[in-house]
Ligand binder design. Structure first.
Ligand code: 5GP
Length: 122
């Protein structure tokens, strides 16, 4: 059982979804959307974000199974679209201790960078 308490108020991604913060949407469908990370850690650094609010991966459950599967396929499509299909990294930070700063589930899609095999960070 987790004692995690999500920070109060809408996350920055929810505010983007609600149109309160302008952001260039690079792709979207009914379930998710993609924006460029505002503080990129790689030359190509995109964020794939579900429209449904789930604070962390660990908060997802059976009902989110098809959404999560869908996002994995979208991640591959986006990698192809941005020409990084042969070398990209997909990262989900779960929890503050792992570097999660926005408590609305998201996948980092990073490419065009030389990855160090030993370093699984971003
Ligand atoms: P986390 O650290 O939670 O895994 O990732 C959150 C990411 O969101 C960070 O890489 C951060 O740079 C990015 N980010 C935070 N605020 C904004 C914003 O307003 N716009 C965009 N495009 N990215 C943001």
């Amino acid at each position: 059982m987790s004692d995690f308490v999500a920070p109060e108020g809408p996350s920055v991604f929810k505010r983007i979804i609600d149109g309160e913060i302008p952001s260039e949407v690079l792709f979207q469908d009914d379930l998710c959307f993609v924006i460029a990370d505002i503080n990129p850690s790689a030359p190509t650094h995109l964020l794939l974000i579900p429209k449904q609010e789930i604070p962390r991966l660990v908060d997802a459950s059976e009902e989110h199974k098809s959404l999560l599967g869908h996002m994995m396929l979208v991640a591959g499509d986006i990698a192809r679209k941005f020409g990084i299909q042969d070398a990209f990294r997909l990262v989900i930070n779960n929890g503050e201790g792992a570097g999660q700063t926005v408590f609305h589930l998201h996948m980092h899609i990073m490419g065009n960078k030389k990855f160090n095999e030993a370093d699984l960070g971003n």
